[in-house]
Design a protein. Structure first.
Length: 154
């Protein structure tokens, strides 16, 4: 690779690293939603996005004969040995946990590891958050069985 290409590549990598460090929660969520659509469609699911943002779910996932209400969440920082995912919505200042009437699955995207957890709502209600552990930790945690559990929506 020529010096010019190496220089351009290093400049590009520094810029990408800087952008990743400054992405706000809203933008990270939007990017994870796009990644979810790509992942789910590549696995053969049909994915639809409802109009507006007033529904409790982000997507409808179709897997014959079922239609699932899916909420997508993401995390990119480790705290207390794992990644914290919000399993709630807001009503004013109040955090309201999701219910089995509102969503069927919470799909969590762990951005730095590009890992997915497909968690049925019944596995975490009435909690307002779930704690997901990085791959290879000594204590995998209660949600480890939902890592890449896309088959639950099949």
């Amino acid at each position: 690779m020529s010096t010019t290409h190496k220089s351009l590549q290093k400049k590009f990598e520094r810029k990408q690293s800087s952008l990743r460090a400054t992405v706000d929660c809203k933008k990270r969520g939007e990017l994870s939603e796009l990644a979810f659509v790509h992942k789910a469609e590549s696995l053969g699911f049909g994915v639809s996005k409802p109009y507006g943002e007033s529904n409790r779910y982000d997507f409808i996932v179709h897997s014959e004969p079922n239609f699932w209400k899916v909420q997508v969440k993401s995390s990119n920082s480790v705290g207390w040995g794992g990644y914290m995912i919000h399993a709630h919505r807001r009503r004013g200042e109040k955090q309201v946990p999701y219910t089995v009437e509102e969503i069927d699955f919470l799909v969590a995207h762990i951005v730095p590891e590009d890992e997915w957890f497909v968690i049925p709502v019944r596995a975490f209600v009435p909690r307002r958050s779930v704690h997901l552990h990085p791959r290879g930790t000594a204590e995998p945690g209660r949600y480890e069985k939902y890592r890449d559990a896309w088959y639950l929506m099949a």
